[in-house]
Design a protein around this ligand. Structure first.
Ligand SMILES: CC(C)(COP(=O)(O)OP(=O)(O)OC[C@H]1O[C@@H](n2cnc3c(N)ncnc32)[C@H](O)[C@@H]1OP(=O)(O)O)[C@@H](O)C(=O)NCCC(=O)NCCS
Length: 187
């Protein structure tokens, strides 16, 4: 099912599966301190990029193993501007989690909002997801702002629940049901 939906186009962007050619962009973005800051992983190196890319290439469906989608967000020139992930955390009950990363060079243009809104529209439509959550380090203001712009509701704050990069961190939990998705996405 998912394979038939992608690539998918929005006003400015393409959502497509990963290919081996994405390695250089992923390494360039995920090796940056500002990107890794609130992710659970450390900055990527070449070897780790290849391992992660191989996993991402296999993430093309929610309906079979690995029950996950990994999508490159590309601009109208086909250039990587960020990426999105959506994976089922409860397979029979269609509960999912979403993740997002923007190329810092392209931040502040609303690309991730446009792309994530499309993915959420698909999630609550043909992908038949019941609920989507977004978990983030509570200090990650840009990620929380994106969740709120997309229509997620803040549902929880977990104190000191993760030990990441040598410190305990708090987690913000955002949740979305189909009814929370804005009817009209602003231009
Ligand atoms: C979280 C992250 C993806 C958010 O990216 P972002 O670029 O801020 O998000 P958007 O694509 O929605 O862009 C929003 C910005 O574009 C602006 N914008 C410009 N044109 C726009 C348009 N046409 N539509 C919407 N927003 C637009 C918005 O005003 C907003 O700017 P502001 O933050 O100054 O208010 C990014 O900060 C990131 O990759 N962080 C590192 C990785 C990470 O921590 N990921 C999350 C893990 S939980």
């Amino acid at each position: 099912m998912s394979e038939a939906i992608f690539p998918r186009y929005t006003r400015r962007l393409e959502l497509r599966f990963h290919t081996a050619e994405d390695a250089a962009d992923l390494l360039r973005v995920y090796s940056q301190k500002s990107v890794a800051r609130y992710l659970l992983e450390d900055r990527w190196d070449e070897e780790y990029t290849q391992e992660q890319l191989a996993k991402r290439i296999s993430r093309v469906t929610l309906d079979q193993e690995p029950h996950a989608l990994a999508l490159v967000v590309a601009n109208d020139m086909g250039r990587y501007v960020g990426d999105l992930a959506l994976w089922l955390t409860d397979i029979p009950h269609r509960q999912a989690e979403i993740g997002w990363v923007s190329d810092p060079q392209c931040a502040g243009l609303g690309y991730l909002r446009e792309a994530a809104n499309e993915l959420l529209t698909l999630a609550f439509g043909p992908l038949r997801v019941h609920r989507v959550v977004a978990h983030m380090d509570a200090r990650n203001a840009a990620s929380a702002a994106l969740a709120e712009r997309l229509g997620f509701r803040k549902e929880g704050y977990l104190r000191g629940d993760l030990f990441s990069k040598n410190e305990y961190t708090d987690t913000l939990i955002y949740g979305m049901l189909a009814e929370d998705l804005p009817t009209c996405e602003p231009a």
